[in-house]
Design a protein. Structure first.
Ligand SMILES: [Zn+2]
Length: 86
């Protein structure tokens, strides 16, 4: 969803909650199929019912720019599928 016109509006996923503005200390944003960027202190929209997340076009663009520049500090994150023991 573009712009930031979703704050205060009804959630388009569950149609029950409303989208509230929150500042997240760390938010993981997907920029390509296999690449993610962690943005810090970022304002996002969160549904107060189903907790769906909404990002403004400016936030997504910022994450994409960080990814493309490749100069941001990085953390390595192991990825593995959960398999129940026993
Ligand atoms: Zn919702």
């Amino acid at each position: 969803m573009a712009g930031d016109g979703f704050y205060g509006y009804r959630c388009e996923y569950c149609d029950a909650g409303h989208v509230r503005r929150e500042i997240r200390g760390r938010e993981i944003i997907r920029v390509t199929k296999t690449n993610y960027v962690i943005l810090e202190d970022v304002p996002i929209g969160v549904c107060d019912h189903c907790h769906a997340r909404y990002y403004t076009a400016a936030v997504i663009k910022h994450a994409e720019r960080l990814h493309e520049k490749g100069t941001a500090r990085k953390v390595q994150v192991p990825v593995g599928r959960y398999v129940a023991a026993g």
